[in-house]
Write a protein that binds this ligand. Structure first.
Ligand SMILES: Cc1ncc(COP(=O)(O)O)c(C=O)c1O
Length: 455
């Protein structure tokens, strides 16, 4: 297959050669990667230059919630581009105002204002700055097993190995353990106990770090890349209580969990908890144009009524990005995409993954909600030894690489991280496509079962 770019014919060989020569890729040893050129995408599928089509169980980086090339979303971008492609943030703009109105209307409580960014990292970075200035305090508590982005503050808040290369990082950020019943850091034996112990641990941390020093607690409402960790009963409400008691800002990072992924507009809605700040990006417009932001409650917004907010971006509230967010939110409403995502979770993914777990000894646990699920793969169900070690790479990650290969061979593009595979297709995937993908997953897990050493 060949495309044309600005009059130049492009094919896989040319793309690969130029990529190798000139593109510097994220999170990669440049000489060890071989990026696959993608020619087109539609709905829940994308296609390479050799004509191989993949059903996308990753939604790219868990962001293409609306699926590829939604015609109304593409048309909205084209239409707005025909009128105005850019205007800087200090002007008012109809697309920006309307996007902010729609997002504020969807957000819980009095989160009524939106600061727009280009993506998730800038959102968490600015949320942290707002919390510090609002409280006059500087420490931030962030969870291990989390990801908040790759800029200086966001990567320091991150609780996974992606932080290591940026250390020592920003002073004043302290990590805590969030709940994870399957691998409990608290040796608990039930989700309720996990919740209580995680809250006691957080409370202790507040005590020893000093409530008078702590500006914010940040958490992923449902932890994403680090394992689809759904908070156990009472946990989010308990964190809210701690924040209220000690004058700490609660930041819910919904960059991955928001906008349909969990079968809710905002994941916090499922637990009825109202944070002070919510960060979003990804699913708000499915990455058709880069955008993210912070939804801000009235009290924090009021801090900056008479006082300058010391932060900004050339492209904050970019009109094309905002026009695409407006169109995407309206399409979600018209097509009932949030409800669709919720019912796919309860009616299809949950029950089917439970059956898959029954068939495959290597599946240690299945967990999730909406279109946000993880299978935790293990060598032994009794010891729960992970199929590959934490942060495994190269040969050590072999069984997971084999599994991913088996999926791709069968036309499924999986999402894998450490010893897990996540089932995170577009929220718009049809039931038939979903069942087809789950059947492939089922087959591919036979490869992983061969590495099972338990009884
Ligand atoms: C929960 C969460 N926060 C923040 C980010 C960073 O977003 P971005 O890559 O758009 O900067 C991500 C990205 O995966 C994320 O999952």
């Amino acid at each position: 297959m060949t495309h044309e770019l600005d009059g130049i014919p492009t094919d896989a060989a040319r793309i690969k050669a130029l990529d190798k020569a000139h593109v510097f890729h994220s999170w990669s040893a440049q000489a060890l990667i071989d990026p696959l050129p993608i020619a087109s995408a539609l709905g829940s599928h994308f296609t390479d230059y050799d004509g191989n089509t993949y059903l996308d169980f990753s939604s790219q980086l868990v962001n293409v919630n609306i699926g590829y090339q939604h015609p109304k979303l593409v048309a909205a971008i084209q239409e707005y581009a025909g009128r105005m492609t850019t205007i800087q943030p200090s002007f008012a703009n109809d697309a920006r105002s309307e996007a902010a109105r729609l997002i504020a209307e969807l957000a819980p409580g009095d989160l009524n204002r939106v600061f727009f960014t280009n993506g998730g990292a800038e959102a968490t970075e600015n949320a942290m700055r707002m919390a510090r200035l609002h409280t006059g305090k500087h420490k931030v508590l962030a969870a291990y097993r989390s990801y908040h982005g790759a800029t200086a503050g966001a990567i320091t808040m991150t609780g996974d190995p992606r932080r290591w290369g940026a250390e020592p990082g920003m002073p004043g950020i302290v990590h805590y353990w969030g709940p994870y019943p399957y691998r409990s850091p608290f040796h608990s034996s039930s989700p309720q106990e996990e919740s209580a112990r995680a809250l006691a641990h957080l409370r202790d941390l507040v005590m020893v770090e000093g409530a008078s020093m702590i500006a914010a607690i940040i958490l992923e409402t449902v932890v994403g890349t680090n394992g689809i960790l759904v908070p156990p009963p009472g946990y989010l409400a308990g964190v809210r209580e701690i924040c209220d008691e000690f004058g700490i800002v609660l930041i819910a990072d919904e960059v991955m969990a928001g906008f349909g992924r969990c079968g809710e507009w905002f994941a916090v809605d499922r637990w009825g908890v109202i944070p002070d700040l919510i960060t979003f990006a990804k699913g708000v417009n499915s990455g058709y144009i880069p955008v993210g932001g912070v939804v801000i409650n009235d009290a924090i917004a009021a801090t900056f009524d008479e006082r300058v907010y010391p932060g900004g971006l050339t492209y904050s509230g970019h009109p094309l990005a905002c026009a695409s967010a407006v169109a995407s939110i309206n399409i979600f409403k018209e097509e009932g995409i949030v409800e669709h995502a919720r019912s796919l979770g309860t009616d299809v993914i949950g029950p089917e993954l439970a059956k898959i777990a029954d068939r495959h000894p290597c599946v240690g646990e299945v967990r999730g909600l909406g279109v946000f699920w993880a299978l935790e793969l293990v060598k032994d169900r009794n010891t729960r030894e992970p199929l590959v070690p934490y942060n495994a790479a190269g040969a050590a990650a072999g069984p997971m690489t084999e599994f991913a290969g088996a999926c791709k061979q069968r036309g499924l593009w999986p999402f894998t991280h450490f010893n897990r595979t996540h089932v995170v297709p577009p929220c718009t995937i049809s039931e038939a496509e979903l069942r087809e993908g789950l059947a492939i997953l089922d087959e591919a897990l036979e490869v992983t079962d061969r590495h099972y050493t338990g009884s």
